[in-house]
Design a protein around this ligand. Structure first.
Ligand SMILES: C[S@@+](CC[C@H](N)C(=O)[O-])C[C@H]1O[C@@H](n2cnc3c(N)ncnc32)[C@H](O)[C@@H]1O
Length: 259
């Protein structure tokens, strides 16, 4: 493991870092989702819990803007109402092919026919569709320490600038989907990183730049998965959640124009 990586995360998490690192290296806590599916799908317990945080009551148009491989898209598709439509977007063509397979293989026809897979750049979505969606999930690309710590190359190639670069793209995606959200609608921002630069700091910028408010999430809302409150949202960290996560989520609501 690279020294730079160790020092950076030790400074972030202090005496908690060794147990967090141990938990990151251990097997993730997968659960099987079956309800509403034609075939079971295995997913990290924290992902399942977080996908349940996006309010879908009365939602007619739902967008999952970074959707592959598709676990959370399956959960949104099975939670949404019988007339609602889900756009599941993925920019990478190879990952999009997998997303196509996942939704085709796991969703019953009655739901699958209301799921539309697209291949756009999420950072530019709001330029083309504005005020259009009732509920949006932005499960953005991130540092994903669980993957980094599994290989020496993962942390050797790591440096703190990487998170700063990712945060620029993450905010571009978040701002763009806020533009695409209808006033009164919800955006759920999620990552699988521990790094606050990619989590709280990205979300904190949103109400400064866009007409949104951050809606507090109660850690208890995650049900079976133990979560901790952060400045802007909640975090599931594997050292205290039986190996689930990492996952960060924050919920934003777009303001309605005054008058
Ligand atoms: C964290 S993963 C999404 C995981 C997915 N939500 C799930 O639960 O299975 C982030 C995805 O965003 C895609 N992505 C990265 N940049 C993107 C962009 N600018 N526009 C659309 N998709 C992007 C990546 O290829 C990756 O598949």
């Amino acid at each position: 493991m690279s020294d730079r990586f160790e020092v950076y995360y030790s400074e972030l998490f202090g005496s908690r870092w060794p147990s967090l690192l141990e938990a990151l290296k251990s097997d993730p806590q997968h659960r099987t989702i079956e309800r509403g599916l034609t075939k079971p799908y295995h997913l990290d317990a924290a992902s399942i819990a977080v996908a349940g945080l996006l309010p879908l009551d009365h939602a007619e148009r739902v967008l999952d803007v970074c959707a592959a491989p598709g676990g959370k898209a399956l959960l949104l598709a099975t939670r949404m109402g019988g007339a609602a439509r889900l756009t599941a977007n993925e920019r990478s063509s190879s990952r999009r092919a997998r997303l196509h397979r996942v939704v085709a293989d796991h969703l019953p026809d009655s739901v699958h026919r209301r799921v539309f897979v697209t291949g756009h750049d999420a950072r530019r979505w709001g330029l083309y569709e504005r005020d259009a969606y009732d509920a949006i999930l932005a499960d953005v690309p991130c540092s994903s320490e669980r993957h980094l710590v599994l290989s020496a190359a993962g942390t050797a190639g790591w440096n703190p600038r990487r998170s700063k670069r990712l945060a620029i793209d993450q905010f571009a995606i978040l701002a763009s989907v806020i533009d695409a959200c209808r006033p009164g609608g919800y955006v759920l921002y999620a990552t699988c990183t521990l790094n606050p630069i990619e989590n709280d700091a990205v979300v904190a910028l949103a109400p400064i730049r866009r007409p949104v408010e951050v809606v507090p999430i109660e850690p208890a809302a995650l049900g079976f998965t133990k979560a901790e409150r952060t400045e802007q949202g909640i975090a599931v960290r594997p050292d205290i959640s039986d190996g689930a996560g990492p996952m960060f989520a924050a919920l934003l609501r777009k303001r309605r124009p005054i008058g």
